[in-house]
Design a protein around this ligand. Sequence first.
Ligand SMILES: [Fe+2]
Ligand SMILES: [Fe+2]
Length: 316
Amino acid sequence: MNDHIDERALLIELEPEVGRLYNRHASMAQEWFPHDFIPYRLGRDFDKEPWTPDQPRLTGVAQTSFEIGLLTEDNLPSYHRLIHGMFGNGDGAWLNWVGRWTAEEGRHAIVLRDYLTVTRNIDPIALERGRMTQLQQGYDLDSPDTLHGLAYVTFQELATRIAHRNTGRYSDDPVADKIMIRIATDENLHMVFYRDVVTAAIKLDPSAAVRAITDEVLRFQMPGAGIPGFMRKAAQMAKAGIYDLRVHRDEVLMPVIRHWRIFELSGLDATAEEARKRLAEHLAKLDDQIRRFEERLAHSKVPGTETLRRRACRRI
Ligand SMILES: [Fe+2]
Ligand SMILES: [Fe+2]
């Protein structure tokens, strides 16, 4: 295959493997129902008893993290448009995946909103206004091609899996934790699907795949980045250990890069070799940056947010 892969040709070449991975996904994914996870016994009518700020059990970062998680999931129409744009020109299996993935993702916002509304853990009016802002703004990627899109969604599904899982843990609420474990299980299966499609793409054209993976690692942004106040809120979540640079590098980037054996691939062309060098430099720089930050934090006397790690220690 030449350097500039024809998009349609790539989709056709990958289709048999996508079909196999779709069937594997369908046999592994368990059916589940949002209503099974919601403590409806706690529900009260909002017209008789409106929401007030003293009602939530969740506070501070836990609340922020749920808000970011839900608003991110709320933007599904934009993600569907993007995924359909990337994979919609493929035949059978690609379209089956677009439909299946969208339907599964839809459950995430349903279960999160029902939980937060019934438990009154977040102001439902603020949440609805946030959703309106978020959806009207939408979400976009710079005209992603199939390879870039596949690389991005692999990292993004894993990042979301970990952010959701850690949000559940941080909440100290067994109901929330169970919901987040359930969602994280879905995100993990999504990641495994995309990751393995990329594995097939690497076999077809390792140079083009390495270039796309490098681009996506270097410019990675969470899909919630457009939420108003995201930077500040993401910083709070990082400080709490829910999703920080250490998690991003060690639990998202590295396991996937190792799985694809990027640094062991041979026969790359010159531009891919150059991209791989940039990837290695980026990962090393990230490690250095994190180490220096952690050292500074260890010597800091300023009391910070209670972190997930400290919470875990407290429980032991
Ligand atoms: Fe999701
Ligand atoms: Fe997902």
